[in-house]
Design a protein around this ligand. Structure first.
Ligand SMILES: *Cc1c(COP(=O)(O)O)cnc(C)c1O
Length: 538
Protein backbone atom coordinates (compact mmCIF):
# COMPACT_ATOMS: atom_id res chain seq x y z
CA UNK A 1 0.00 0.00 0.00
CA UNK A 2 1.14 3.52 -0.73
CA UNK A 3 1.35 5.12 2.70
CA UNK A 4 1.11 8.70 1.49
CA UNK A 5 -2.36 8.17 0.17
CA UNK A 6 -3.74 6.16 3.05
CA UNK A 7 -6.60 7.76 4.95
CA UNK A 8 -6.06 8.40 8.66
CA UNK A 9 -8.38 6.21 10.68
CA UNK A 10 -9.58 6.80 14.23
CA UNK A 11 -10.08 3.29 15.61
CA UNK A 12 -12.46 3.24 18.58
CA UNK A 13 -12.53 0.21 20.83
CA UNK A 14 -13.73 -0.43 24.36
CA UNK A 15 -10.81 -2.79 24.95
CA UNK A 16 -7.27 -3.34 23.72
CA UNK A 17 -5.37 -6.56 24.52
CA UNK A 18 -1.75 -5.57 24.17
CA UNK A 19 -0.12 -7.45 27.02
CA UNK A 20 -1.21 -9.72 29.86
CA UNK A 21 -0.26 -7.18 32.52
CA UNK A 22 -1.88 -4.19 30.82
CA UNK A 23 -5.46 -4.83 31.90
CA UNK A 24 -7.26 -2.99 29.14
CA UNK A 25 -9.04 -6.06 27.75
CA UNK A 26 -11.57 -8.76 28.53
CA UNK A 27 -11.57 -11.17 25.61
CA UNK A 28 -11.48 -11.78 21.89
CA UNK A 29 -12.65 -8.31 20.85
CA UNK A 30 -9.84 -6.71 22.79
CA UNK A 31 -7.23 -9.19 21.59
CA UNK A 32 -8.24 -8.39 18.03
CA UNK A 33 -7.95 -4.64 18.69
CA UNK A 34 -4.53 -5.06 20.31
CA UNK A 35 -3.26 -7.18 17.44
CA UNK A 36 -4.77 -4.70 14.98
CA UNK A 37 -2.77 -1.75 16.26
CA UNK A 38 0.45 -3.74 16.52
CA UNK A 39 -0.06 -4.90 12.95
CA UNK A 40 -0.76 -1.29 11.91
CA UNK A 41 2.56 -0.26 13.40
CA UNK A 42 4.35 -3.07 11.53
CA UNK A 43 3.13 -1.83 8.15
CA UNK A 44 3.13 1.85 9.02
CA UNK A 45 -0.61 2.29 8.58
CA UNK A 46 -2.03 5.59 9.89
CA UNK A 47 -4.47 4.11 12.36
CA UNK A 48 -5.07 6.11 15.52
CA UNK A 49 -6.48 3.90 18.27
CA UNK A 50 -8.72 5.34 20.99
CA UNK A 51 -9.87 3.57 24.14
CA UNK A 52 -10.45 3.96 27.84
CA UNK A 53 -7.85 3.73 30.57
CA UNK A 54 -9.33 1.15 32.90
CA UNK A 55 -8.34 1.44 36.51
CA UNK A 56 -9.25 -2.13 37.43
CA UNK A 57 -9.67 -3.74 34.04
CA UNK A 58 -11.92 -6.76 33.68
CA UNK A 59 -12.42 -9.23 36.52
CA UNK A 60 -9.57 -11.30 37.93
CA UNK A 61 -11.00 -14.78 38.30
CA UNK A 62 -10.22 -16.95 41.30
CA UNK A 63 -11.52 -20.35 42.30
CA UNK A 64 -12.59 -20.90 45.92
CA UNK A 65 -12.02 -24.00 48.04
CA UNK A 66 -15.28 -25.60 46.95
CA UNK A 67 -14.43 -25.14 43.30
CA UNK A 68 -16.56 -22.11 42.41
CA UNK A 69 -15.24 -19.02 40.65
CA UNK A 70 -15.38 -15.58 42.19
CA UNK A 71 -14.35 -12.14 40.98
CA UNK A 72 -11.68 -9.90 42.39
CA UNK A 73 -10.53 -6.44 41.38
CA UNK A 74 -7.34 -4.50 41.89
CA UNK A 75 -6.29 -0.95 41.13
CA UNK A 76 -3.52 -1.22 38.59
CA UNK A 77 -0.93 1.47 38.03
CA UNK A 78 1.19 1.78 34.89
CA UNK A 79 4.36 3.81 34.77
CA UNK A 80 4.77 3.78 30.98
CA UNK A 81 1.75 5.93 30.11
CA UNK A 82 2.62 9.34 28.70
CA UNK A 83 0.53 12.32 29.69
CA UNK A 84 -0.47 14.15 26.50
CA UNK A 85 -1.37 17.23 28.55
CA UNK A 86 -4.77 17.20 26.87
CA UNK A 87 -8.07 17.08 28.71
CA UNK A 88 -11.52 17.08 27.17
CA UNK A 89 -14.92 17.48 28.79
CA UNK A 90 -18.10 15.49 28.20
CA UNK A 91 -21.51 15.68 29.86
CA UNK A 92 -22.72 12.77 31.92
CA UNK A 93 -26.02 13.21 33.75
CA UNK A 94 -25.84 16.94 33.06
CA UNK A 95 -22.52 17.17 34.86
CA UNK A 96 -19.19 17.99 33.24
CA UNK A 97 -16.77 15.09 33.35
CA UNK A 98 -13.15 15.82 32.56
CA UNK A 99 -11.28 13.12 30.63
CA UNK A 100 -7.53 13.08 30.78
CA UNK A 101 -5.86 11.72 27.67
CA UNK A 102 -2.96 9.31 28.03
CA UNK A 103 -0.86 7.85 25.28
CA UNK A 104 1.25 4.72 24.92
CA UNK A 105 3.15 2.84 22.26
CA UNK A 106 4.84 0.65 24.83
CA UNK A 107 3.93 -2.68 23.23
CA UNK A 108 5.08 -2.09 19.68
CA UNK A 109 1.67 -0.65 18.76
CA UNK A 110 0.56 2.51 17.00
CA UNK A 111 0.27 5.18 19.73
CA UNK A 112 -2.89 4.40 21.65
CA UNK A 113 -4.89 7.23 23.23
CA UNK A 114 -6.68 6.32 26.44
CA UNK A 115 -9.27 8.50 28.15
CA UNK A 116 -9.31 8.50 31.93
CA UNK A 117 -11.88 9.99 34.31
CA UNK A 118 -10.04 9.00 37.49
CA UNK A 119 -8.66 12.44 38.21
CA UNK A 120 -9.21 14.79 41.18
CA UNK A 121 -11.43 17.28 39.36
CA UNK A 122 -14.15 14.67 38.80
CA UNK A 123 -16.80 13.60 41.25
CA UNK A 124 -17.54 10.83 38.73
CA UNK A 125 -14.06 9.37 38.73
CA UNK A 126 -15.55 5.84 38.73
CA UNK A 127 -16.55 5.88 35.05
CA UNK A 128 -13.33 4.31 33.79
CA UNK A 129 -13.13 1.88 36.72
CA UNK A 130 -14.22 -1.53 35.48
CA UNK A 131 -14.43 -2.86 31.96
CA UNK A 132 -17.92 -4.37 31.35
CA UNK A 133 -18.62 -3.67 35.02
CA UNK A 134 -22.17 -3.46 36.24
CA UNK A 135 -25.29 -1.71 35.03
CA UNK A 136 -26.66 0.19 32.10
CA UNK A 137 -25.96 3.65 33.46
CA UNK A 138 -22.31 2.86 34.01
CA UNK A 139 -21.96 1.44 30.53
CA UNK A 140 -23.57 4.49 28.95
CA UNK A 141 -21.26 6.82 30.88
CA UNK A 142 -18.30 4.81 29.60
CA UNK A 143 -19.61 4.96 26.07
CA UNK A 144 -20.09 8.71 26.30
CA UNK A 145 -16.44 9.03 27.32
CA UNK A 146 -15.21 6.65 24.63
CA UNK A 147 -17.32 7.95 21.76
CA UNK A 148 -17.96 11.62 22.39
CA UNK A 149 -14.79 12.10 24.44
CA UNK A 150 -12.79 10.23 21.82
CA UNK A 151 -13.83 12.56 19.00
CA UNK A 152 -13.14 15.59 21.18
CA UNK A 153 -9.73 14.18 22.06
CA UNK A 154 -8.79 13.90 18.39
CA UNK A 155 -9.79 17.55 17.91
CA UNK A 156 -7.90 18.71 20.99
CA UNK A 157 -4.80 16.79 19.96
CA UNK A 158 -5.05 18.28 16.49
CA UNK A 159 -5.02 14.89 14.76
CA UNK A 160 -6.85 15.06 11.42
CA UNK A 161 -9.12 12.07 10.83
CA UNK A 162 -10.50 10.84 7.52
CA UNK A 163 -12.34 7.74 8.69
CA UNK A 164 -13.94 6.83 12.03
CA UNK A 165 -13.92 3.09 12.64
CA UNK A 166 -16.23 1.81 15.37
CA UNK A 167 -14.99 -1.56 16.53
CA UNK A 168 -18.37 -2.77 17.89
CA UNK A 169 -21.41 -0.71 18.83
CA UNK A 170 -19.78 0.57 22.04
CA UNK A 171 -18.40 3.53 20.12
CA UNK A 172 -21.64 4.48 18.36
CA UNK A 173 -22.16 7.64 20.43
CA UNK A 174 -19.11 9.08 18.68
CA UNK A 175 -21.43 9.66 15.76
CA UNK A 176 -23.66 11.94 17.85
CA UNK A 177 -20.63 14.17 18.27
CA UNK A 178 -19.79 14.05 14.56
CA UNK A 179 -23.38 14.98 13.78
CA UNK A 180 -23.49 17.69 16.45
CA UNK A 181 -20.31 19.29 15.09
CA UNK A 182 -21.81 19.53 11.63
CA UNK A 183 -25.12 20.86 12.88
CA UNK A 184 -23.37 23.54 14.87
CA UNK A 185 -21.82 24.78 11.64
CA UNK A 186 -25.20 25.01 9.99
CA UNK A 187 -26.11 21.56 8.65
CA UNK A 188 -29.57 20.16 9.18
CA UNK A 189 -29.76 16.85 11.03
CA UNK A 190 -30.36 15.05 7.73
CA UNK A 191 -27.34 16.63 6.09
CA UNK A 192 -25.16 15.99 9.12
CA UNK A 193 -26.23 12.35 9.38
CA UNK A 194 -25.59 11.79 5.69
CA UNK A 195 -22.16 13.40 5.82
CA UNK A 196 -21.27 11.51 8.98
CA UNK A 197 -22.24 8.23 7.37
CA UNK A 198 -19.70 8.94 4.65
CA UNK A 199 -16.86 8.99 7.19
CA UNK A 200 -17.85 6.14 9.51
CA UNK A 201 -17.22 2.41 9.10
CA UNK A 202 -18.44 -0.20 11.53
CA UNK A 203 -17.44 -3.70 12.62
CA UNK A 204 -20.06 -5.97 14.14
CA UNK A 205 -18.90 -8.83 16.34
CA UNK A 206 -20.95 -11.38 18.19
CA UNK A 207 -24.13 -12.75 16.59
CA UNK A 208 -25.43 -13.56 20.09
CA UNK A 209 -28.44 -11.36 20.72
CA UNK A 210 -27.45 -10.43 24.28
CA UNK A 211 -24.02 -9.39 23.06
CA UNK A 212 -25.65 -6.57 21.10
CA UNK A 213 -26.29 -3.90 23.68
CA UNK A 214 -29.51 -1.91 23.93
CA UNK A 215 -30.57 0.96 26.17
CA UNK A 216 -34.02 2.49 26.67
CA UNK A 217 -34.06 6.01 25.22
CA UNK A 218 -35.19 7.31 28.62
CA UNK A 219 -32.03 6.05 30.17
CA UNK A 220 -29.85 7.52 27.44
CA UNK A 221 -31.61 10.85 27.84
CA UNK A 222 -31.22 10.81 31.61
CA UNK A 223 -27.51 10.08 31.19
CA UNK A 224 -27.14 13.03 28.74
CA UNK A 225 -26.17 10.67 25.93
CA UNK A 226 -28.32 12.46 23.33
CA UNK A 227 -25.54 15.02 23.09
CA UNK A 228 -27.85 17.74 21.78
CA UNK A 229 -29.87 15.52 19.45
CA UNK A 230 -33.61 15.12 19.96
CA UNK A 231 -35.32 11.96 21.15
CA UNK A 232 -36.83 11.50 17.72
CA UNK A 233 -33.44 11.81 16.02
CA UNK A 234 -31.91 9.31 18.43
CA UNK A 235 -34.74 6.90 17.78
CA UNK A 236 -34.16 7.16 14.06
CA UNK A 237 -30.51 6.23 14.59
CA UNK A 238 -30.86 3.33 16.98
CA UNK A 239 -34.54 2.58 17.61
CA UNK A 240 -36.36 2.23 20.93
CA UNK A 241 -34.78 0.63 22.83
CA UNK A 242 -31.67 2.12 21.28
CA UNK A 243 -29.60 -0.71 19.84
CA UNK A 244 -25.92 0.13 19.60
CA UNK A 245 -25.38 -2.29 16.71
CA UNK A 246 -28.35 -0.95 14.78
CA UNK A 247 -27.00 2.56 15.33
CA UNK A 248 -23.58 1.46 14.08
CA UNK A 249 -25.17 -0.02 10.97
CA UNK A 250 -27.19 3.13 10.24
CA UNK A 251 -24.34 5.51 10.95
CA UNK A 252 -21.78 3.92 8.66
CA UNK A 253 -21.19 3.83 4.93
CA UNK A 254 -20.06 0.22 5.14
CA UNK A 255 -19.91 -2.46 7.82
CA UNK A 256 -18.12 -5.73 8.22
CA UNK A 257 -18.43 -9.01 10.01
CA UNK A 258 -15.30 -10.82 11.19
CA UNK A 259 -15.39 -13.99 9.07
CA UNK A 260 -17.11 -15.00 5.85
CA UNK A 261 -19.67 -17.26 7.51
CA UNK A 262 -20.24 -14.54 10.10
CA UNK A 263 -21.07 -12.10 7.29
CA UNK A 264 -23.90 -14.42 6.16
CA UNK A 265 -25.11 -14.76 9.72
CA UNK A 266 -24.94 -11.03 10.41
CA UNK A 267 -26.74 -10.14 7.18
CA UNK A 268 -29.56 -12.49 8.13
CA UNK A 269 -29.61 -11.25 11.68
CA UNK A 270 -29.88 -7.55 10.74
CA UNK A 271 -31.82 -7.83 7.48
CA UNK A 272 -34.90 -6.07 8.93
CA UNK A 273 -32.94 -2.95 9.84
CA UNK A 274 -33.99 -0.19 7.43
CA UNK A 275 -31.36 2.19 6.15
CA UNK A 276 -28.39 0.13 7.22
CA UNK A 277 -25.04 -0.18 5.51
CA UNK A 278 -24.18 -3.47 3.88
CA UNK A 279 -22.12 -5.99 5.84
CA UNK A 280 -19.12 -7.53 4.11
CA UNK A 281 -16.86 -10.22 5.56
CA UNK A 282 -13.29 -9.40 6.59
CA UNK A 283 -11.91 -12.33 8.48
CA UNK A 284 -9.95 -11.58 11.64
CA UNK A 285 -6.25 -12.25 11.90
CA UNK A 286 -3.54 -12.33 14.53
CA UNK A 287 -0.31 -10.49 15.16
CA UNK A 288 2.10 -13.34 14.55
CA UNK A 289 5.10 -12.03 16.54
CA UNK A 290 2.83 -11.85 19.60
CA UNK A 291 1.39 -15.33 19.29
CA UNK A 292 3.65 -17.62 17.31
CA UNK A 293 6.65 -19.17 19.03
CA UNK A 294 9.82 -18.09 17.25
CA UNK A 295 11.30 -21.55 17.51
CA UNK A 296 8.38 -22.97 15.58
CA UNK A 297 8.62 -20.24 12.94
CA UNK A 298 12.32 -20.94 12.54
CA UNK A 299 11.84 -24.71 12.37
CA UNK A 300 9.15 -24.21 9.71
CA UNK A 301 11.15 -21.76 7.61
CA UNK A 302 14.42 -23.63 7.83
CA UNK A 303 12.98 -27.12 7.38
CA UNK A 304 13.86 -28.04 10.98
CA UNK A 305 12.35 -30.76 13.11
CA UNK A 306 8.78 -29.65 13.80
CA UNK A 307 8.09 -32.50 16.16
CA UNK A 308 11.16 -31.94 18.35
CA UNK A 309 10.35 -28.23 18.47
CA UNK A 310 6.76 -28.93 19.41
CA UNK A 311 7.84 -31.38 22.12
CA UNK A 312 10.09 -28.75 23.63
CA UNK A 313 7.29 -26.17 23.71
CA UNK A 314 4.77 -28.74 24.96
CA UNK A 315 7.19 -29.59 27.77
CA UNK A 316 7.19 -25.92 28.77
CA UNK A 317 3.40 -25.86 28.80
CA UNK A 318 3.36 -28.95 31.01
CA UNK A 319 5.72 -27.22 33.48
CA UNK A 320 3.56 -24.11 33.34
CA UNK A 321 0.46 -26.18 34.14
CA UNK A 322 2.29 -27.87 37.01
CA UNK A 323 3.33 -24.49 38.41
CA UNK A 324 -0.15 -23.05 38.17
CA UNK A 325 -2.22 -26.05 39.25
CA UNK A 326 0.10 -28.61 40.84
CA UNK A 327 -1.00 -31.17 38.25
CA UNK A 328 1.61 -33.16 36.31
CA UNK A 329 0.40 -34.14 32.88
CA UNK A 330 2.07 -36.79 30.77
CA UNK A 331 4.16 -35.26 27.99
CA UNK A 332 3.84 -38.39 25.83
CA UNK A 333 0.05 -38.36 25.82
CA UNK A 334 -2.34 -36.32 23.74
CA UNK A 335 -2.99 -32.88 25.20
CA UNK A 336 -6.08 -30.96 24.17
CA UNK A 337 -6.28 -27.21 24.80
CA UNK A 338 -9.60 -25.46 25.26
CA UNK A 339 -9.81 -21.91 26.49
CA UNK A 340 -12.87 -19.82 25.91
CA UNK A 341 -15.08 -17.39 27.66
CA UNK A 342 -17.54 -19.42 29.73
CA UNK A 343 -20.65 -18.87 27.61
CA UNK A 344 -23.24 -21.59 27.00
CA UNK A 345 -22.95 -21.53 23.19
CA UNK A 346 -19.24 -22.39 23.40
CA UNK A 347 -20.13 -25.69 25.14
CA UNK A 348 -16.86 -26.23 27.04
CA UNK A 349 -18.26 -29.41 28.55
CA UNK A 350 -19.47 -31.01 25.31
CA UNK A 351 -16.56 -33.43 25.54
CA UNK A 352 -18.00 -34.75 28.83
CA UNK A 353 -21.53 -35.08 27.47
CA UNK A 354 -21.41 -38.88 27.07
CA UNK A 355 -19.27 -40.03 30.00
CA UNK A 356 -19.40 -43.70 29.06
CA UNK A 357 -17.56 -42.89 25.84
CA UNK A 358 -14.92 -40.44 27.05
CA UNK A 359 -14.29 -41.75 30.56
CA UNK A 360 -11.96 -44.62 29.63
CA UNK A 361 -9.67 -42.19 27.82
CA UNK A 362 -9.62 -39.82 30.77
CA UNK A 363 -9.05 -42.65 33.27
CA UNK A 364 -5.99 -43.86 31.38
CA UNK A 365 -4.82 -40.35 30.55
CA UNK A 366 -4.77 -41.17 26.83
CA UNK A 367 -6.74 -37.97 26.42
CA UNK A 368 -5.73 -35.02 28.58
CA UNK A 369 -7.46 -31.64 28.51
CA UNK A 370 -6.46 -28.24 29.81
CA UNK A 371 -9.22 -25.66 30.18
CA UNK A 372 -9.27 -21.99 30.97
CA UNK A 373 -11.89 -19.24 30.68
CA UNK A 374 -13.69 -16.53 32.59
CA UNK A 375 -17.39 -15.96 33.12
CA UNK A 376 -18.74 -12.43 33.12
CA UNK A 377 -19.12 -11.24 36.76
CA UNK A 378 -22.92 -11.04 36.42
CA UNK A 379 -23.32 -14.30 34.51
CA UNK A 380 -24.39 -17.05 36.89
CA UNK A 381 -24.77 -19.57 34.08
CA UNK A 382 -21.23 -18.90 32.94
CA UNK A 383 -20.02 -19.37 36.50
CA UNK A 384 -21.80 -22.71 36.66
CA UNK A 385 -19.90 -23.77 33.53
CA UNK A 386 -16.61 -22.92 35.25
CA UNK A 387 -17.65 -24.81 38.41
CA UNK A 388 -18.45 -27.84 36.24
CA UNK A 389 -15.04 -27.79 34.63
CA UNK A 390 -13.38 -27.52 38.04
CA UNK A 391 -15.48 -30.49 39.21
CA UNK A 392 -14.23 -32.47 36.19
CA UNK A 393 -10.68 -31.65 37.21
CA UNK A 394 -11.39 -33.16 40.64
CA UNK A 395 -13.01 -36.18 39.07
CA UNK A 396 -10.16 -36.88 36.62
CA UNK A 397 -7.15 -35.46 38.45
CA UNK A 398 -4.61 -37.03 36.12
CA UNK A 399 -6.05 -35.80 32.89
CA UNK A 400 -8.24 -32.70 33.31
CA UNK A 401 -6.93 -29.30 34.39
CA UNK A 402 -8.63 -25.95 34.78
CA UNK A 403 -6.34 -22.91 34.92
CA UNK A 404 -7.91 -19.93 36.66
CA UNK A 405 -7.84 -16.36 35.36
CA UNK A 406 -7.55 -16.86 31.60
CA UNK A 407 -5.40 -14.08 30.14
CA UNK A 408 -2.94 -13.48 27.32
CA UNK A 409 -0.19 -15.43 29.07
CA UNK A 410 -2.35 -18.52 29.41
CA UNK A 411 -3.69 -17.98 25.89
CA UNK A 412 -0.19 -17.89 24.46
CA UNK A 413 1.00 -20.93 26.42
CA UNK A 414 -1.99 -23.09 25.51
CA UNK A 415 -2.06 -22.20 21.83
CA UNK A 416 1.60 -23.08 21.38
CA UNK A 417 2.03 -26.08 23.66
CA UNK A 418 -1.11 -28.17 23.21
CA UNK A 419 -1.31 -30.92 20.58
CA UNK A 420 -4.90 -30.18 19.61
CA UNK A 421 -6.97 -27.02 19.79
CA UNK A 422 -10.57 -27.96 20.42
CA UNK A 423 -13.46 -25.69 19.46
CA UNK A 424 -17.06 -26.82 19.55
CA UNK A 425 -19.46 -23.86 19.58
CA UNK A 426 -23.04 -24.05 18.40
CA UNK A 427 -22.73 -23.10 14.76
CA UNK A 428 -23.11 -20.35 13.54
CA UNK A 429 -22.68 -18.43 16.79
CA UNK A 430 -18.90 -18.13 16.87
CA UNK A 431 -18.11 -14.91 15.02
CA UNK A 432 -14.47 -15.69 14.25
CA UNK A 433 -12.29 -17.26 16.96
CA UNK A 434 -8.72 -16.06 16.73
CA UNK A 435 -7.33 -18.54 19.25
CA UNK A 436 -7.60 -21.24 16.58
CA UNK A 437 -5.37 -19.14 14.31
CA UNK A 438 -2.76 -18.85 17.05
CA UNK A 439 -2.84 -22.61 17.45
CA UNK A 440 -2.72 -23.36 13.71
CA UNK A 441 0.38 -21.20 13.18
CA UNK A 442 2.14 -22.95 16.05
CA UNK A 443 1.47 -26.33 14.47
CA UNK A 444 -1.20 -27.09 17.07
CA UNK A 445 -3.88 -28.87 15.08
CA UNK A 446 -7.40 -27.49 15.10
CA UNK A 447 -10.21 -29.90 15.79
CA UNK A 448 -13.24 -27.73 15.33
CA UNK A 449 -16.86 -27.35 14.35
CA UNK A 450 -17.08 -25.59 10.98
CA UNK A 451 -17.76 -22.22 12.52
CA UNK A 452 -16.14 -18.77 12.60
CA UNK A 453 -12.91 -18.63 10.58
CA UNK A 454 -12.34 -22.40 10.40
CA UNK A 455 -14.35 -23.20 7.25
CA UNK A 456 -11.98 -20.85 5.40
CA UNK A 457 -8.86 -22.83 6.31
CA UNK A 458 -9.88 -26.37 7.07
CA UNK A 459 -8.92 -29.19 4.75
CA UNK A 460 -10.27 -32.01 6.84
CA UNK A 461 -7.70 -34.62 7.77
CA UNK A 462 -4.90 -32.65 6.10
CA UNK A 463 -4.27 -29.47 8.09
CA UNK A 464 -6.60 -30.17 10.99
CA UNK A 465 -10.01 -31.71 11.48
CA UNK A 466 -13.60 -30.66 11.17
CA UNK A 467 -16.18 -31.84 13.67
CA UNK A 468 -19.42 -32.73 11.91
CA UNK A 469 -20.64 -31.33 8.65
CA UNK A 470 -21.81 -27.80 9.32
CA UNK A 471 -25.17 -29.01 10.63
CA UNK A 472 -27.38 -26.24 12.04
CA UNK A 473 -30.64 -26.21 13.93
CA UNK A 474 -32.12 -23.90 16.52
CA UNK A 475 -33.26 -26.95 18.50
CA UNK A 476 -30.27 -27.03 20.83
CA UNK A 477 -31.06 -30.48 22.27
CA UNK A 478 -30.87 -31.94 18.76
CA UNK A 479 -27.83 -29.87 17.82
CA UNK A 480 -25.90 -30.78 20.96
CA UNK A 481 -26.59 -34.49 20.53
CA UNK A 482 -25.54 -34.36 16.88
CA UNK A 483 -22.36 -32.44 17.66
CA UNK A 484 -21.49 -34.60 20.66
CA UNK A 485 -21.58 -37.71 18.43
CA UNK A 486 -19.57 -35.90 15.77
CA UNK A 487 -17.00 -34.74 18.31
CA UNK A 488 -16.38 -38.27 19.60
CA UNK A 489 -16.26 -39.59 16.10
CA UNK A 490 -13.58 -37.14 15.00
CA UNK A 491 -11.60 -37.17 18.21
CA UNK A 492 -11.60 -40.86 19.00
CA UNK A 493 -11.64 -42.42 15.53
CA UNK A 494 -9.37 -39.97 13.74
CA UNK A 495 -7.35 -37.69 16.01
CA UNK A 496 -6.36 -40.18 18.72
CA UNK A 497 -5.22 -42.93 16.32
CA UNK A 498 -3.21 -40.47 14.25
CA UNK A 499 -1.50 -39.10 17.34
CA UNK A 500 -0.53 -42.47 18.78
CA UNK A 501 0.01 -44.49 15.61
CA UNK A 502 1.05 -42.22 12.79
CA UNK A 503 3.45 -39.54 13.89
CA UNK A 504 4.70 -38.96 10.36
CA UNK A 505 1.19 -38.02 9.30
CA UNK A 506 0.80 -35.82 12.36
CA UNK A 507 3.92 -33.85 11.57
CA UNK A 508 2.83 -33.46 7.94
CA UNK A 509 -0.43 -32.04 9.20
CA UNK A 510 1.41 -29.60 11.48
CA UNK A 511 3.35 -28.37 8.50
CA UNK A 512 0.21 -27.93 6.41
CA UNK A 513 -1.53 -26.18 9.26
CA UNK A 514 1.25 -23.59 9.46
CA UNK A 515 1.43 -23.23 5.67
CA UNK A 516 -2.31 -22.67 5.31
CA UNK A 517 -2.52 -19.95 7.92
CA UNK A 518 0.70 -17.98 8.44
CA UNK A 519 0.05 -15.37 5.75
CA UNK A 520 -3.68 -15.63 5.24
CA UNK A 521 -4.57 -15.08 8.89
CA UNK A 522 -1.87 -12.58 9.83
CA UNK A 523 -2.67 -8.91 10.49
CA UNK A 524 -1.13 -7.63 7.25
CA UNK A 525 -3.75 -9.34 5.09
CA UNK A 526 -6.53 -8.13 7.38
CA UNK A 527 -5.34 -4.52 7.47
CA UNK A 528 -4.97 -4.40 3.70
CA UNK A 529 -8.52 -5.62 3.37
CA UNK A 530 -9.78 -2.98 5.76
CA UNK A 531 -8.01 -0.32 3.73
CA UNK A 532 -9.00 -1.59 0.34
CA UNK A 533 -12.58 -2.51 1.12
CA UNK A 534 -13.58 -0.16 3.94
CA UNK A 535 -11.34 2.85 4.48
CA UNK A 536 -10.46 3.84 0.94
CA UNK A 537 -13.55 4.99 -0.90
CA UNK A 538 -14.07 3.26 -4.19
C1 LIG B 1 -6.83 -15.25 21.56
C2 LIG B 1 -7.53 -14.91 22.80
C3 LIG B 1 -8.92 -14.74 22.80
C4 LIG B 1 -9.78 -14.91 21.57
O1 LIG B 1 -9.97 -16.25 21.33
P1 LIG B 1 -11.29 -16.90 20.77
O2 LIG B 1 -10.81 -17.90 19.79
O3 LIG B 1 -12.13 -15.85 20.17
O4 LIG B 1 -11.93 -17.56 21.95
C5 LIG B 1 -9.54 -14.40 23.99
N1 LIG B 1 -8.84 -14.24 25.12
C6 LIG B 1 -7.51 -14.41 25.17
C7 LIG B 1 -6.79 -14.22 26.46
C8 LIG B 1 -6.81 -14.75 24.01
O5 LIG B 1 -5.48 -14.91 24.07
Amino acid sequence: MNQKKLPAVAYFSMEFGLHSDFKMYAGGLGILAGDYIKGAKDINAPIIPIGLKWKQGYTDQKIDASGNPYDSYYNYVYDFLEDTGVKVTVKVRKTDVVCKVWKTDHFGNNPLYLLDTDIPENADAWITGQLYGWFGEERIAQEIVLGIGGVKAMRALGIPIDVYHFNEGHAALAATELIREKMSSGDTFEEAWKATREEVVFTTHTPIKEGNETHPLDRLEYMSAFNGLTRDQMERLGGEPFNMTVAGLRLSRISNAVAQLHADTANKMWKEVAGRSSIIGITNAIHTPTWVDERMTRAFEEGGDLWATHKEIKGELISFIKERSGISLNADNLLIGFSRRAAPYKRSDLIFSQPEIIEPYLETGKVQIVFSGKAHPLDDNGKKIVSNLVAMMKKYPKSVVFLENYDMTIGAQLTRGSDIWLNNPRRPLEASGTSGMKAAMNGVLNCSILDGWWPEACIDGENGWQIGDGFETTDFAVLDQHDSDALYDTLLKRVVPTFYENQTKWVQMMKKSIEATRIEFATKRMLEEYYNRMYIKN
